[in-house]
Design a protein around this ligand. Structure first.
Ligand code: BES
Ligand code: ZN
Length: 626
């Protein structure tokens, strides 16, 4: 497979970064790095094998300051090492532990979101390159929180979010998922704070504020992660536990208590957990995502802590990435469905194993509804509705949608139904084992399915529409349509409500978060105000402490111009920075002429508390024509 070829000009002469073709399809485990359109790195000649980071965390000027030493393998006698950087100040480059400075140059950015290539002159025999640098206060991966933005209000907090192409804003590296390296780090912070990474972690504060980390398994750069704050640890069992601020630790430990059972279920399905420990870090509410699968240490939003354990599928999801993503990694961001689609399928299998079919069916139904909605919004001919997306000329975040998650999951479910669960599980287990610690691209995966699954069962081949599923837009006609008997009960209550039954007379006994979500999401947007008042008074929805329920309610009442919810929406937007909630809420508000001034005012107040990922998305939305 040939990826794009693009030239980079620089002071040491003109080079062409060439792509590398993959080896024959028969030799699946020897896939060479493909050229990734989102990295300047010359990985066809030089690769990083190990990284040693030494950084000081400076909260006063919001900087990480120190050195990154790259242990490189130069297998093509390359005269340069090209690294990805964005907004880094490079102070010095040295080689092989010597003090003599090496020449380097930061080249112009090809696209703003890619940052600038750092081109370092190499001598034959160079194996260690040390870069002395510091980050910018506005580094895209980092959020520096003031004490006020934390639960404890006394200490500052720092966390990173490297996926997809933000690792380069805090570490100069080959920022591509097609290559992997091990790492060690030394992080200096103040003694009243604990530092954690996607590596072996301390469970207690160190008296000198100096922390050491090791990641023994090779990982791609987007899994580099760091968090620093007033954190405490609580174990679940010998290999898993949770970190949170002291104010949250009790609630977090209660909420995620099923983690060891999830690990056992995941291992039973697809083989041993390969990363040693599995811990969870609960971040402050400005964390821009639901969760991030940083190896050994999932980062999680506190908005899934509801007190009733009803949103723990998030943990199943991030844990599942320990196989789909962290073990077998999408080779480029065009292949992101190999990470997210597989993980969503796997997540539901874990949930089914722990909580039964009915529960998993509800989750499946909700995912399918999201898929249908997004497919409708994008249109069935939209190239972004393909599994094999093309984000080469865009920021990878712009092409990522529910499609990768839910069309990906539906595709795997279709294969499960076509070949039977036992055969499909054997296939997946073998896939994870065969390609463990390697990257995978869509073409090779397709070939692997043909070889391993289809070849021996030719009769099924014509029924599965493999090529259409992976390379064509829209939803193939054999897409499995989930059914949830639990949700049919909800449908009956919703219909009764729409036809006038008072909220107080609805049968909502035993309803879980998911029943409520299903009820709210399918209510018509033009309900008369009295009906909204009736629902709110009966079930206190505007002030719901459950973020998912509150969000679904707000999405209903914003178009309905139900004013009593506004103050709650304001509080929510000032407190929560999770992009999945925040971006659609601002979008809904901006759609209503009457709410635009309100939205702008709230955003002005809330923006300084959001992570760069979140405010970049809201900035874009606010600057669009309304
Ligand atoms: N790896 C993703 C988050 C991500 C994807 C960050 C792409 C940056 C670019 C993570 O595993 C994820 O999917 N999180 C979801 C949770 C979920 C249960 C679907 C989220 O944050 O909402
Ligand atoms: Zn995911």
């Amino acid at each position: 497979m040939w990826k794009r070829i693009f030239p980079v000009l620089f002071s040491f002469g003109a080079v062409v970064i060439c792509s590398v073709s993959c080896t024959s399809s028969k030799n699946f485990t020897e896939i060479h790095p493909v050229q990734d359109a989102h990295s300047y790195a010359n990985t066809d000649s030089v690769v990083i094998r190990h990284l040693t980071l030494k950084l000081t965390v400076n909260f006063e000027n919001r900087q990480l300051d120190g050195t990154a030493t790259l242990h490189i393998e130069n297998f093509n006698q390359a005269r340069t090492l090209i690294l990805d950087t964005k907004d880094l100040t490079i102070k010095k480059v040295t080689a092989n532990g010597h003090t003599a400075k090496r020449s380097f140059k930061l080249m112009p950015a090809r696209k703003v979101y890619l940052g600038q290539p750092l081109v370092i002159h190499l001598n034959p025999g160079d194996s260690l390159i040390t870069i002395t640098y510091h980050t910018a206060p506005e580094a895209g991966a980092l959020q520096w929180l003031t004490p006020r933005q934390t639960a404890g209000k006394k200490h500052p907090f720092l966390f990173s979010q490297s996926q997809a192409i933000l690792a380069r804003t805090w570490v100069p590296c080959q920022d591509t998922p097609s290559i992997r390296f091990t790492y060690q780090a030394e992080i200096q912070t103040s003694p009243d704070l604990l530092a954690l990474m996607s590596a072996s972690n301390p469970t207690e504060k160190s008296p000198d504020g100096l922390y050491h980390f090791t990641m023994e398994q090779p990982i791609p750069s987007y899994l580099l992660a760091l968090a620093v704050g007033d954190l405490e640890y609580r174990p679940f069992d010998a290999r898993s536990g949770v970190y949170a601020e002291p104010e949250m630790i009790e609630k977090a430990a209660y909420e995620f208590t099923d983690t060891p059972r999830m690990m056992a279920a995941a291992e039973k399905l697809y083989g041993p957990y390969r990363w040693g420990r599995y811990d969870i870090l609960v971040l402050p509410p400005s964390f821009p995502f639901g969760g991030m699968e940083n190896p050994r240490l999932t980062f999680a939003t506190p908005t899934v802590i509801t007190g009733d354990r009803s949103l723990v599928s998030l943990i199943a999801h991030e844990l599942a990435h320990s196989w789909s993503g962290n073990l077998v990694t999408n080779a480029t961001w065009n292949d992101v469905w190999l990470n997210e689609g597989f993980t969503t399928y796997f997540e539901l299998r874990i949930m089914e194993a722990l909580y039964g079919r009915e529960y998993a069916e509800m989750l499946e139904q909700i995912g399918y509804q999201d898929l249908k909605r997004v497919m409708g919004e994008l249109g069935p001919d939209n190239p972004d509705t393909r599994l094999a997306i093309d984000v080469d000329d865009r920021n990878p975040d712009d092409g990522l949608s529910t499609i990768a998650y839910e069309k990906g999951r539906s595709f795997l479910k279709m294969l499960e139904l076509a070949f039977g669960r036992p055969a499909f599980d054997d296939f997946l287990k073998k896939y994870f084992n065969t390609f463990a610690f390697h990257s995978m691209d869509t073409d090779h995966f397709t070939e692997y399915v043909r070889e391993e699954l289809v070849r021996h069962r030719r009769r099924v081949e014509s029924r599965i529409h493999l090529r259409e599923w992976i390379y064509e837009p829209g939803l193939p006609e054999n897409c499995p349509v989930p059914d949830s008997p639990e949700f049919r009960k909800v449908d009956a209550q919703r219909a009764a409500f729409i036809h006038g039954r008072p909220a107080g007379e609805l049968n909502v006994k035993g309803w879980t978060t998911h029943h409520w979500l299903h009820f709210l999401r399918a209510l018509p947007k033009n309900l008369p105000r009295e009906r909204l008042i009736d629902l709110d008074n009966t079930f206190t929805l505007s002030a719901s402490p459950n973020s998912e329920i509150a969000f679904a309610w707000y999405q209903l009442v914003i178009p309905g111009h139900y004013k009593p919810a506004l103050q709650h929406i304001r509080t929510f937007l000032l407190h929560v920075g999770r992009a999945k909630f925040v971006v659609p809420l601002y979008a809904s508000l901006m759609k209503e002429k009457a709410y635009r001034a309100f939205a702008r005012k709230v955003y002005e107040e809330a923006r300084p508390g959001y992570h760069p990922v979140t405010y970049a998305a809201v900035d874009k939305l606010m600057s669009e024509k309304h």
